[in-house]
Write a protein that binds this ligand. Structure first.
Ligand code: LLP
Length: 438
């Protein structure tokens, strides 16, 4: 997908750049982002919304991949940006992202984070709980500000990728529950808080979702709650945010819908549901993360050792693993791979791809068909754009890889590979440990 193809040397090419040349130039492991595909995904959401005639905002959920270059792309494509920590906020601001287009999420924003975001003049806080509401109101008061907020609602719709559970009460650390009156009380309190301006409500039902029903269900719950709030508190919400969660393809059998289909379904549900309660049509916000960057990313590894256990399995180890992609170990996520340097060779060997960390759980792919793999081959793992670099670690003091964007035959470094100095940069040897033991 995207701009990937096999070139006449039989090599995987991404964005017009030969992946084996990328591996040589930048080293491996290497995250390669197909910039054209990222931009296309941004536009798919925006174009689909434009066609609905609704007012909208698409905010990229930066948790999926938050690096300054990515913030630039999102800015250029006209999207807003969702951040969940001072670190993501800092990255966005350093990249020159307009603060008024930044939304701040999270269930435990610290006073420092709230101050930082208020000082930067961000566009909106998504308030998760009463403690935060009161803290935000107090800090904004000290700064003589009034800050736009959404209240995060737990809508009682939970998507487990394929099934939806609709219950009165959902066991979640996030948001105000609809079922027990918490959401209603929060709206009431927010409306009485002088230093916040209540724009509306927010819900997020899950991630890697392949169907539209969950979003329709959420829209329905939001509409009925909004209409109750209007009738009983005379408050009308100008904004409804339905979160992110649109699925992407990792392996054969994954069946994401075109992004326009999700948008059309959301628009349709919102129009129908809000119309049914004679509600002024709200502005619709969404927050896609994975679907903007997920399938635009490829990780290149160099194959090292292998271990063949006759009659059992052949392990092939690469120079990365759970440190650059913890998702298989964390969620049993599946990935597809190919040999980037021998893309046309027949895949006649079944192997399992191991990482280099010192633990047995460090496996990237179980049982994948590849051409007979040799040491030095370049392995490309697909769909690693979301929640890979973002969740990378220095476990075993492995250095985090470089990340490049490729487009129209050019590659540009967006994140440098960590150095050994980077690893010890924050280490301090206490004075008394510098002396020799006597
Ligand atoms: N909005 C909110 C409030 C969220 O919590 C999330 C994701 C998103 C938007 C974006 O969801 P997306 O479009 O990316 O599905 N680390 C996990 C995914 C965690 C998602 C957390 N929240 C993974 O690697 O699968």
């Amino acid at each position: 997908h995207g701009t990937s193809k096999i070139n006449d040397k039989g090599h995987l090419e991404i964005g017009g750049v030969d992946s084996t040349e990328l591996a040589q130039r930048y080293g491996t492991p290497l995250y390669v982002m197909d910039e054209a595909l990222v931009r296309r995904r941004c536009r798919e959401f925006v174009d689909a919304f434009q066609a609905t005639g609704l007012k909208f905002q698409v905010a990229y959920a930066s948790k999926a991949l938050c690096v300054m270059a990515m913030c630039r792309i999102v800015e250029q494509e006209g999207l807003s940006l969702d951040v969940v920590s001072d670190g993501e906020l800092y990255t966005a601001l350093q990249a020159g992202f307009p603060p008024e287009r930044i939304h701040f999420h999270g269930n435990n924003k610290t006073p420092m984070e709230i101050e930082m975001a208020l000082d930067a003049g961000i566009g909106c806080f998504v308030v998760d709980n009463l403690t935060e509401l009161r803290l935000l109101n107090a800090i904004a008061g000290e700064k003589k500000k009034q800050v736009p907020i959404l209240l995060r609602i737990t809508p009682g719709v939970e998507a487990h990728t394929h099934e939806y559970i609709s219950t009165g009460q959902i066991d979640s650390k996030f948001g105000f529950d609809l079922g027990n009156g918490a959401a209603f009380e929060a709206v009431h309190e927010a409306s009485q808080s002088a230093h916040v301006r209540l724009l509306g409500i927010h819900s997020h039902i899950g991630s890697q979702i392949f169907e539209v029903e969950g979003f329709s269900l959420a829209a329905e719950k939001m509409a009925s709650f909004a209409s109750r709030v209007r009738d009983e508190l005379q408050i009308v919400f100008p904004v409804i945010n339905l979160g992110g969660g649109f699925g992407v393809r990792y392996v054969e059998g994954d069946t994401p819908l075109p992004m326009s289909t999700y948008v059309e379904a959301i628009a349709e549900a919102v129009k129908t549901q809000f119309h049914a309660v004679s509600y002024p049509m709200p502005e619709i916000w969404i927050e896609p993360g994975r679907s903007i960057v997920g399938d635009a990313g490829t990780t290149l590894y160099t194959v090292g050792t292998s271990k063949d256990i006759p009659g059992v399995r052949k392990y092939v180890a690469v120079d990365g693993g759970m440190t650059d992609n913890p998702r298989p170990a964390l969620y049993q996520s599946e990935y597809e791979a190919m040999l980037a340097n021998r893309a046309n060779d027949a895949a006649d060997e079944q192997v399992s791809i191991a990482g280099k960390c010192c633990e047995s759980g460090d496996m990237l792919i179980w049982d994948v068909q590849l051409p007979a793999v040799n040491s030095g081959d370049i392995l490309a793992v697909a769909s690693t754009g979301a929640y890979n670099y973002a969740m990378a670690s220095n476990y075993n003091r492995i250095r985090r890889p470089a990340l490049v964007f490729v487009k129209d035959g050019e590659s540009d470094l967006a994140v440098k590979r960590e150095t050994h100095e980077d690893l010890v940069r924050n280490d301090v040897v206490p004075e008394r440990m510098k002396q020799k033991e006597t």
